[in-house]
Design a protein around this ligand. Structure first.
Ligand SMILES: [Zn+2]
Length: 349
């Protein structure tokens, strides 16, 4: 099965984690930023620190990408190229997320950051037909979440469809951000929160119940609220039952979880058992540059190591579109297209 040919939907992809290595090098030369390597292959290898083994080390690599994303031109280019690269991999609907506060070191106002990213995403969408929507992210390690929440709300006309809280989760549980999330909830904007990646069920519960998250960024550690027997989920605790039965979408990113040391091998990742146990699993890239991945590769991993069939990939893609925060009529039209394409590839769903 050539998964690159399959139409796909992507809910979790970071703008500052998906640059082309060549673009990082060109922008670094333009802005006088020193990189750890100066040819695209070596730089890709440096970023793809497969044995970094911790979320904190992994996050440190972002200092180099955000350093070259401090002008409207750079932000617009990176956003446009992101949509072009996703479209080339068969992605038809993408939600790309970014933290405006990471792009103000060069003097930009947060509103200018959002405007530049939105212009690039729009240009990418116009050039490729891949529907691109944006999520505005507040960083756990910063103290401006309420301002970022207000910015997200004020930016909905620019294609911002939701709000996220990201960054080092351990020691920064979601509940601390309930006030910022209430601003978003009161404005009827959607929320997804990174939870169940660097921390376990407690953080997931806070994201859902204190912050109103409608999806979970990663969320894989929900498996810690279940009993696993012979590689399958045999029993669920009350939180895992809630996540499964309320159909809370899990934005799962296998390669990313391996690179941060969450699981020692692809086989150890719970994506397969979660999917088989009825959890609402979606497959995502998280950070294409840092993890040296693309969505078709994430599909390939699920096929090769977790027994996913074309039917499973069809289900996962339908679920990602249904869980999207963008306008329903647009996603509904894409669902119809995607159903036809998967059935042409043998899906019986
Ligand atoms: Zn992420």
């Amino acid at each position: 099965m050539n998964t690159a040919e399959l139409p796909k939907a992507l809910l979790h992809d970071h703008l500052d984690g998906g640059l082309r290595p060549g673009t990082v090098i060109e922008l670094a030369a333009e802005y006088g930023h020193r990189l750890p390597a100066d040819d695209p292959d070596s730089l890709q290898a440096w970023f793809n620190q497969g044995d970094s083994g911790s979320l904190e080390t992994y996050l440190a690599a972002f200092a180099h990408t955000t350093a070259v994303m401090q002008t409207p031109g750079a932000l617009e280019r990176v956003a446009r190229e992101a949509v072009e690269d996703l479209a080339a991999d068969g992605v038809r609907y993408a939600e790309i997320r970014f933290a405006p506060s990471l792009h103000t070191a060069g003097g930009l106002e947060p509103t200018e950051v959002v405007a530049a990213v939105a212009a690039g995403a729009r240009a990418g969408e116009e050039a490729t037909g891949c529907v691109a929507r944006l999520l505005v992210v507040a960083m756990r390690t910063m103290d401006d979440a309420a301002a970022v929440a207000k910015l997200a709300v004020a930016s909905r006309d620019l294609g911002v469809v939701g709000f996220d809280v990201a960054g080092a989760e351990a020691g920064n549980p979601a509940g601390r951000f309930s006030g910022a999330c209430q601003i978003v909830i009161d404005a009827n904007l959607a929320i997804t929160i990174h939870a169940g990646e660097g921390d376990g069920p407690t953080s997931i519960a806070q994201a859902l119940h204190q912050c109103g998250a409608q999806r979970l960024g990663h969320g894989v550690r929900i498996v810690e609220d279940a009993t696993v027997v012979d590689g399958e989920i045999a029993e669920v605790g009350s939180l895992a039952e809630y996540v499964r039965d309320r159909r809370v979408p899990l934005e799962i990113s296998v390669s990313s979880n391996l690179h941060t040391g969450l699981y020692p091998s692809v086989e150890d990742h719970p994506v397969g058992m979660l999917h088989r146990a009825g959890f609402l699993v979606t497959l995502n890239t998280d950070n294409r540059l840092m993890s040296g991945t693309r969505l078709s590769h994430e599909f390939d991993l699920a096929v090769a190591h977790h027994g996913f069939t074309v039917d499973d990939l069809h289900v996962v893609t339908r679920r990602a579109l249904e869980a999207g925060f963008g306008e329903w009529p647009v996603r509904q039209r894409l669902l119809t297209d995607i159903d036809a394409a998967y059935r042409a590839h043998g899906s019986t769903v």
